[in-house]
Design a protein around this ligand. Structure first.
Ligand code: ADP
Ligand code: MG
Length: 632
């Protein structure tokens, strides 16, 4: 509890005690008025002050003012009764304030606590880095570490900056980033991302990025900015509150004036001003939509927090909403459903040695970040001497053209071979990606490389079907043979192959046009040759570990560990979050309307109103926090 909360608690206790004491003192007449004002002032002082502030800021319909008018009104009614010889009820106004303040206190504790919990769960921000400088190690701010420095990470410490292990091996806990509970083993040469915790032995790491560009900073940025993108439900609530509160206030005025006038003028009855004014005052108590205003954003915040615990970064509440409505999921193949790390399976029809052809290909691929390129460079095994390469041109969805040792080399698929006029030969081998090589337009054979489907891809497709996704589609630039093979292994419902990046966009547009109803389309890719599709889809989901920075920027949702199973998981989380939001909206508005009805006909007083209000708020907040918890 902070200071303000403590003060609120003390005034609640003091005022409640005073109220009890007064209740047992047998007093009569007007003397009760000043005495009861004391507990009222103790508990209501704060609200009255806020109400005046609201008037000064020209936002008169705020809940503090409404509470003030209602309770002051009730006190005046009681005083009026006292003056006219009856016994007025002062207790009610004080009790209403007591409940209201108790509710506010609970809300501020619960909301503060859950926000803190959520940010703590994502406690991945490193406080320092152990920088090696001139043979000694010193603790510095991660911001000060330059790219290419060597840092030292002891067991139990967080990796502060992305880099490559230069000494040591052991295992890393990546749970905070990926939700994956199995530690990852790493050794010299492996890439490590910031935010992981070093579990076993000391590591020396050469940094490859600045702190601001490192994974950990990017994630924190994303999550911190996520709540600024509002969902439709949040906008609905803001609008609702803007209409609801004045509407109830005006109905309260009407309720106070019209029925007594009608009774007096047309029915020849007593006007009963007091009774109707009292009912109108109860309306004011019911008029604050606080349960909704508090619980809906909290639900989304918890949903985003829960998702990031599972390794899914959602960039805004609106995307949770879209995810929950997804019924078509389109996948890229390479790097998304397959591992994207190819092994060389064979070299055919080449006048060169296997290793020579691989060397030529690897040289041409110097600058590319395509998974095929990375695999060819890996197969080459040595560092490529980029001074031997010039005039690199990457043709998306086809391959690479470059000058290697002064000769025009083309490395890619049959489309590229046709483009450079090389008489390529098909490969009878069935389950490999064929990388053709031509030099000076002359065919120089092909390298067959093989990828593997990710171990969880099939499960991902299966769970998508059980969580309401109607169509699962794969789009790929790779050959039909491989595409069909992967699709049938995974049980995808549709597959389209040999597509250029622009064809992928066209396919997605066809899918968008052909869908029925309001179901949304999600595209899952690594951003390599598919970034345009990522932004064209209703929701773009990018592979975070392997994907390009551009993809992570263009995407709305990022999967930290590139695991396709996280796609159905994300949809599930989104669905749960949205159903909590709906429950809260229906429940809170339902109870409000019921209270309005009951108090209009005089069946419920201020007591019931405030009790219902605080109760609903507590239940809605507790329900909202549920969005944080996701079964593993
Ligand atoms: P996917 O849709 O499976 O991600 P891409 O659109 O990235 O595939 O690439 C389609 C095809 O284009 C690849 O299967 C490959 O034959 C060829 N290709 C693309 N980039 C390269 C490259 N850098 N080197 C060689 N071939 C490439
Ligand atoms: Mg791709």
């Amino acid at each position: 509890m902070n200071k303000k909360q403590k003060r609120a608690l003390i005034s609640i206790i003091v005022s409640a005690l005073l109220l009890i004491v007064l209740h047992f003192i047998p007093l009569r007449g007007v003397i009760r008025f000043p005495l009861y004002l004391i507990p009222y002032a103790v508990i209501g002082w704060d609200v009255i002050r806020k109400a005046f502030k609201g008037i000064k800021n020209r936002q008169p319909m705020d809940e503090s003012l409404l509470m003030c008018v209602a309770t002051v009104g009730a006190i005046i009614l009681a005083l009026y009764k006292d003056l006219s010889g009856q016994t007025g009820d002062y207790t009610e106004a004080i009790a209403v304030m007591l409940f209201y303040q108790t509710g506010e206190l609970f809300q501020s504790i619960a909301v503060g606590k859950s926000r803190r919990n959520i940010t703590e769960l994502m406690d991945i921000r490193p406080d320092y880095a152990n920088l090696e400088r001139d043979g000694s190690v010193e603790q510095v701010d991660p911001d000060e570490v330059e790219v290419g420095s060597v840092i030292y990470v002891k067991p139990g410490e967080k990796v502060p900056i992305d880099g490559i292990v230069v000494e040591g091996s052991g295992s890393l806990d990546t749970a905070a980033l990926t939700g994956e509970s199995m530690p990852r083993t790493i050794t010299v040469g492996d890439e490590v991302i910031s935010g992981c915790i070093n579990l076993t032995s000391p590591l020396r790491i050469r940094t490859t990025k600045e702190f601001g560009e490192s994974t950990v900073s990017k994630i924190l940025d994303l999550v911190e900015n996520a709540s600024s993108r509002k969902s439709k439900s949040e906008n609905f609530i803001t609008k609702f509150a803007r209409i609801y509160t004045p509407a109830v206030v005006y109905s309260a005025i009407a309720l106070a004036i019209l029925p007594p006038l009608v009774r007096m003028l047309f029915m020849g009855m007593e006007p009963a001003w007091g009774s109707f004014i009292y009912r109108a005052l109860s309306f004011l108590v019911i008029s604050c939509p606080c349960a909704l205003v508090v619980s809906i954003p909290l639900t989304f915040f918890a949903g985003i927090g829960g998702a990031s615990r599972a390794g899914v970064l959602v960039k805004g509440s609106n995307y949770l909403e879209t995810l929950s409505e997804t019924d078509i999921v389109v996948f890229d193949k390479t790097g998304t459903l397959t591992k994207g790390s190819f092994e060389v399976d064979g070299v055919h029809h080449s006048p060169y040695d296997d290793s020579e052809l691989i060397e030529i290909a690897a040289l041409a691929e110097t600058a590319s970040t395509h998974p095929i390129s990375i695999s060819l460079k890996k197969a080459y095994g040595k560092t490529v001497d980029s001074s031997r390469v010039s005039g690199i041109e990457e043709v998306a969805g086809q391959g690479i053209k470059a000058e290697v040792d002064g000769r025009a080399v083309a490395v890619g698929n049959t489309k590229l071979m046709k483009a450079v006029g090389a008489a390529y030969r098909e490969c009878p081998d069935d389950a490999g990606t064929v990388i053709h090589v031509a030099i000076g337009g002359e065919y120089m054979g092909h390298i067959v490389i093989k990828d593997m489907v990710k171990p969880t891809s099939a499960e991902a497709i299966r769970s998508l079907k059980t969580c309401g996704v109607k169509r699962t589609v794969m789009l790929t630039g790779d050959s039909k043979k491989i595409a069909d093979d992967v699709a049938s292994k995974l049980g995808l419902s549709e597959v389209h192959s040999e597509l250029l990046p622009s064809d992928k966009v066209a396919r997605v547009e066809e899918l968008l046009a052909s869908r029925s109803g309001k179901g949304k389309l999600a595209f899952v890719g690594d951003g390599i040759n598919d970034a345009p599709v990522l932004s064209r889809a209703d929701i773009g989901i990018a592979m975070g570990a392997m994907g390009s920075d551009a993809a992570i920027e263009a995407a709305d949702v990022v999967l930290m560990d590139d695991d396709p199973v996280k796609v159905p998981k994300a949809i599930e989380i989104a669905k749960k979050c949205l159903s909590i939001v709906k429950e809260n909206i229906v429940f809170a508005i339902g109870i409000k309307l019921l209270c309005l009805l009951l108090s209009a006909v005089g069946l419920a007083g201020m007591w019931t109103a405030v009790f219902a209000d605080v109760g609903v708020m507590v239940i809605c907040v507790l329900n909202a926090i549920r969005a944080l918890f996701i079964k593993r």
